[in-house]
Ligand binder design. Sequence first.
Ligand code: ZN
Length: 334
Amino acid sequence: MTMPSEGPLVLGIDLGGTKILAGVVDAENRIVGRSKVSTPAREGPVALSGALIQAGREAIEAAGIGPDHLAAVGIGSPGPLDVEAGVIRSSPNLNVIDFPLKATLSEAFGVPVAVQNDVRVGGFGEFRLGAGRGYREVLAAFVGTGIGGCLIRDGRIVTGVTGNAGEVGHLIVKAGGPKCGCGRRGCLEALASRTAITRRVHKALKKGASTPLREVVKSKHSRLKSRELASAYRSGDPVAVHEVERAARFLGLALGGLINVLGPEIIILGGGVTEAIGPPFVELVRNATRSQAMADPDRLVRIEQAELGDDAGVLGASLIAREQITHPQNVHSG
Ligand SMILES: [Zn+2]
């Protein structure tokens, strides 16, 4: 256990589809107590409230502090959200509609609560404490089960008039392409996420391809884990190599286009797939992106791997919580 530094302690929570990560974070942005609770996916609002509160209490206990030492709570949650009201509008994965995240947590912990989209929170964590340190214009893309994004301009999260800006995963990179979870066709997420790669691997297996992945995704519904994909990729398995390279090309189409439009200082690549394959994946995406970015002939835009891993969400959530205490008017940006 790390001893907390002087200054207000905040609780950061990262609400994910499979797990809830919580951490008490001190004024020097160190996690001084953490906890992990399985997300009661599909069990509905009562179970979800219980799990969130449990995760928070366990982190507080692990930090060795009393609940009254906490100054604020921040949480990153899957959306769509009403950020101002702190409500999850609907989440099929969590089986909730109009879930009062902010009210639930402020009642349980008796402090102000800041709510923001999970990916934006992770991106903000990377911006302030990870690969984006020292930059003001940042674009982050997280490649995992889906593809999430976060745009930061002049040091603030851009959420746009819709409240949902930053959805890099739903840029359409192949007209009429495969169907995306959002209902549209040809979104980046439908071509370059782990889910998309898994679907392609199943297809290759059906055609009789010889690959060690046959042992990994035995049934039609087997999911491919990032580390399994990474290990097949590293071993030079032609199916894994082909699919990873294809995903990187589609990422390049989207990110290169975004360089042309936005000209960020840095693009941060994170998420399970990026972390598992590591620098070779970043290099593939970097090359694919550069080949699409006509507006950056001098290669001024840096393209780097995220640094915080699983802690990005908890740290980012703690930062938005801290901002709520110190600059309540700045929490929501346009
Ligand atoms: Zn989509």
